[in-house]
Design a protein around this ligand. Structure first.
Ligand code: ADP
Ligand code: MG
Length: 342
């Protein structure tokens, strides 16, 4: 992208590339030189494509936040401390250029990056004939192992941070507003804004992930594709089954209020809606007090939603759902999405 590229990179460097902990050489040389200081590296990457992973009309501030947040959420699920990022930008040509866009992008990015002391250490910037595409690589550090998907054991309690389903509800509203297929529902402006904030600016649970790992929790996943789908990854990797009390899944006050008039939604969005970026953790009951204490210290909601069961080769499903202590019939309606994970 010729001359324009260097101006954009310089803006990113001056806004986001402040050299800090462990950055020996940041933006400006051929590659970043990072110093993990004897700790272990945890690396992840996520790519977002306009029209596929975000609405092309999203603000650059929100886009930057989300691109970073989804990566930090992966580090949180491992229990790692977030430290550095690399950013690849593929920008479609446009008349007005990207000067103002990159400033706004940097504002949204730093709003999240500064909170966790994450430095932008490098990246790549190119022009594309395709849609706007960003890839973020996030690098974190760990001193005592990681939380893994294959470490759930029978008897473990299944925990969920925060609340589930807000982003899915907001996405339905966003689809309807843009004339696409989606499920409209009546809601007030403050309710809509609260749900939309969860969709646009998810909070990666980095502090809790690191604390859980330090407390001895061995198994976690971040909830990006929907609770059932992501719990399904744990069950498959660990070779176990689970029992989940659907009525225990944590809802925000807004969603609980909206869903009161429609119990089907109350079940569907928290269970199969994606983009929550909460953590699902499996931990031996002996760790319950420590986990609840850690959550209290962080003012983070933490809810026990079920338990891990031993594998049963003849079982028809890997998840047994209950609703107010009654078994819920399976399979769930196919319109719920992601039910294949069962
Ligand atoms: P090279 O030709 O060696 O790949 P570039 O011109 O692509 O170098 O990049 C110059 C410097 O700017 C490098 O340090 C690179 O990491 C950084 N950089 C380029 N694009 C970005 C970006 N989108 N975000 C952060 N750093 C970037
Ligand atoms: Mg390059």
């Amino acid at each position: 992208m010729a001359g324009g590229e260097f101006a954009l990179i310089e803006r990113l460097r001056s806004r986001l590339g402040t050299e800090s902990r462990g950055v020996r050489l940041g933006i400006g040389d051929d590659a970043a030189w990072l110093d993990p200081a004897g700790r272990q590296l945890v690396a992840t990457m996520d790519t977002l494509v306009a029209g596929r992973h975000f609405f092309p009309d999203v603000s650059p501030e929100d886009l930057a936040w989300k691109a970073l947040a989804v990566n930090l959420s992966d580090l949180a699920a491992m229990g790692a401390e977030a430290r550095w990022c690399l950013l690849s930008l593929a920008l479609p040509q446009r008349e007005e250029g990207y000067g103002a866009w990159i400033e706004a992008f940097a504002t949204g990015w730093s709003a999240l990056a500064d909170r966790y002391g994450v430095t932008l250490a490098g990246g790549d910037t190119v022009a594309t004939d395709g849609p706007l595409t960003l890839s973020v690589t996030a690098l974190g550090l760990t001193g005592h192992g990681v939380m893994r998907r294959d470490a759930a054991r029978p008897g473990d309690v299944i925990w969920v941070t925060g609340s589930l389903g807000d982003a899915a509800a907001a996405l339905n509203l966003a689809f309807v507003e843009r004339g696409h297929d989606g499920q409209a529902f009546p809601c007030s402006a403050p309710q809509r804004d609260a749900l939309e904030a969860r969709r646009l600016r998810p909070t990666p649970r980095l502090e809790f992930g690191a604390t859980a790992l330090a407390s001895g929790v061995l198994c976690a996943v971040d909830c990006s594709d929907g609770f059932l789908a992501d719990l399904g990854h744990i069950l498959k990797a660990s070779g176990v089954r689970a029992q989940v009390a659907l009525d225990a899944l944590p809802l925000s006050p807004e969603l609980a209020d909206l869903a009161r008039t429609d119990p089907e939604r109350l079940q569907r969005w928290p269970l199969t809606g994606g983009d929550d970026y909460e953590l699902i953790l499996c931990a031996a009951p002996v760790l319950s007090t420590a986990m609840q204490e850690a959550a209290r210290t962080l003012s983070l909601r933490l809810t026990a939603v079920g338990s891990i069961l031993p594998a049963a080769p003849d079982a028809r499903t890997t998840v047994t759902l209950t609703w107010r202590d009654e078994p819920l019939p399976l399979p769930l309606p196919s319109t719920w999405g992601h039910v294949h994970a069962l």
